[in-house]
Design a binder for this molecule. Structure first.
Ligand code: GDP
Length: 207
């Protein structure tokens, strides 16, 4: 039912003091800009326009919170969970100050958020794990936050190459302390792997 119903954007968080009070279990999505993060959040929730909010200028450096609609957010009427769209990383031309601000916001959030159950790290199937992805995985290991790798845009590579890429990616994260070993392959375009990801999210928030 969580994923069958409408979701809404509730808040953009530019720094820690603007985080919503801890309550619902959260899962967050991270990835290089253009990895397909907005498309995946839209596909997961079945709402085309939902994550566009996060891609509008001004919102790109914020943690964007989405919750299932129909909960006041007060008292006993808290939403059952929240999805958090983390700002994209890896812009080639990003000034150092911006990279530093990203790292600070993200690390503060990762370290300080008890209700954060898992981070889904999105990797473009065509590119695989890049150096800045590995840096983010290292940050997650350091913060001891459970994370799982999700391959995006699998429709852009040959179908036969997907199992190989999954196995290769899995092998590369095997020794990482906070990594969940199973890699999920998705295509928002072809609606593939979405049920596997929804199941993984529901399992993660039930922990
Ligand atoms: P974000 O910057 O990570 O939020 O990425 P977007 O969701 O905006 O996607 C970046 C580009 O990749 C857009 O042109 C999307 O249409 C395209 N894209 C996203 N997901 C897929 C997918 O599963 N398959 C294909 N072929 N293209 C995708």
């Amino acid at each position: 039912p969580l994923f069958g119903n409408p979701w809404i954007f509730i808040r953009g968080v530019p720094s820690m003091q603007f985080l919503p009070p801890e309550g619902p279990a959260e899962v967050a999505f991270a990835g290089r800009s253009n990895v397909g993060k907005s498309s995946l959040i839209n596909a997961l929730t079945g709402q085309r326009g939902l994550a566009r909010t996060s891609n509008t200028p001004g919102r790109t450096q914020e943690l964007n919170y989405f919750v299932p609609d129909g909960f006041s957010g007060e008292g006993a009427d808290l939403p059952p969970m929240a999805l958090v769209d983390m700002p994209g990383y890896g812009y080639a031309q990003a000034p150092k100050a911006q990279v530093d601000a990203w790292t600070k916001l993200v690390f503060d959030y990762l370290r300080g958020r008890a209700t954060l159950k898992r981070v889904y790290v999105l990797i473009d199937s065509r590119h695989g794990l890049k150096k800045n992805d590995e840096e983010v995985l290292a940050l997650l290991d350091k913060a001891a936050v459970s994370y799982q790798v999700v391959l995006t845009k699998t429709d852009k590579i040959k179908a036969g190459a997907v199992p190989h890429l999954m196995a290769d990616t899995q092998a590369r994260i095997l020794k990482r302390p906070a990594a969940f070993p199973e890699v999920i392959a998705t295509s928002s375009e072809k609606n593939e792997g979405l049920d596997a990801l929804r199941d993984a999210i529901l399992t993660a928030i039930a922990r």
